[in-house]
Ligand binder design. Structure first.
Ligand code: HEC
Length: 156
């Protein structure tokens, strides 16, 4: 009896995780950390218009930038520095493609930003973390150190 119940539970758990995994993949968030998934619906978009590709773009494509874990009023007030717990997400869609191929994140903890990047090459592929050193990111973002290392300002 007890063994049978356990088996049933393990089956239920397996089905639960299969469904949860499929849901994460089908909304395009597979492979992204849990707090980054669903950023498009959960976070406040900062740019009014898509950000165009730039010369020597480190994240080539058309980009959007989102601020997470802050209410819209705080984001639009453009107060710097950002508080601990802020997550900024940049997504990039390559020219001629219709899916996000790159997600770059800045996550603030104990007054410091942590920088991460995830990419994929196909719309049905899981994102993989790019093993890039954070100094690659901060060398460039240092240009805007006086704006708390973040380039984008929120549109009113
Ligand atoms: C050569 C310069 C450069 C490098 C290197 C770079 N970035 Fe950026 N990043 C930018 C610029 C410029 C923007 C503003 C949006 C745009 O035009 O793409 C930006 C925007 C961002 C944003 C949105 C917040 C903001 O600052 O507007 C995040 C998050 C981000 N980058 C993460 C990263 C990470 C993670 C890395 C390293 C893996 C990285 N960046 C490397 C130039 C750079």
């Amino acid at each position: 009896m007890v063994v049978g119940d356990r088996l049933k539970w393990s089956m239920k758990l397996r089905i639960f995780f299969m469904v949860a995994g499929f849901a994460a993949l089908s909304c395009g968030g597979g492979g992204l950390p849990g707090d980054v998934q669903r950023f498009e619906s959960r976070c406040v978009k900062m740019n009014a218009n898509p950000i165009a590709i730039r010369v020597n773009d480190p994240h080539p494509g058309t980009k959007d930038v989102y601020a997470c874990n802050l209410d819209a009023g705080t984001v639009k007030a453009n107060t710097r520095p950002f508080p601990d717990g802020t997550l900024i997400v940049k997504s990039s869609t390559r020219i001629g493609e219709d899916f996000i191929w790159l997600v770059a994140t800045a996550r603030k903890q104990a007054g410091e930003w942590q920088w991460d990047e995830y990419t994929r090459n196909f719309s049905n592929e899981t994102f993989a973390r790019v093993p890039v050193s954070e100094s690659t990111c901060t060398d460039c973002h240092a240009t805007v150190a006086t704006s708390d290392w973040i380039y984008t300002t929120a549109a009113p």
